[in-house]
Design a protein around this ligand. Sequence first.
Ligand code: UDP
Length: 148
Amino acid sequence: MEKTFLMVKPDGVQRGLIGEIVSRFENKGFQLVGAKLMVIPRSVAEQHYGEHQDKPFFGELVDFITSGPVFAMVWEGEDVIATARQMMGKTKPAEATPGTIRGDYGVTVGKNIIHGSDSPTSAKREIALFFDEKEIASWEKLLNRWVY
Ligand code: UDP
């Protein structure tokens, strides 16, 4: 089954949106297999956003993502990578459709509440960057027989 890396960013944690965001993915039918509240070390943040290192917003992005705790998660399910991106909405909250997480709760691109892997390659890389294998639970969710 496919896995993705999702993270409630420091703005989402401060605004008390962890529960709301976890609920959306639970209600959808996806399965939580790993989660932790953590302050990201600067070196990990720089690796995580490595593809943006030459962009003008890179410094601010790393400052922001390391400025307070994030809620890092691994979710599992059929097509969870693409579906989670749909549920998050577009990067710029002003372009994100109402009903999506960024559409409902975000205002600016710098504080857009949530991160989610954008491809199977990034999901694999990001899960390995944030989680040890032993932090990921393999468990049978009984409700899955009513989802699949
Ligand atoms: N970002 C920013 N300014 C920009 C573009 C992006 O601060 O002009 C931030 C924004 O928080 C975004 C993150 O950089 O979520 C990573 O950008 P990406 O294009 O990978 O968007 P995402 O995959 O998060 O939708």
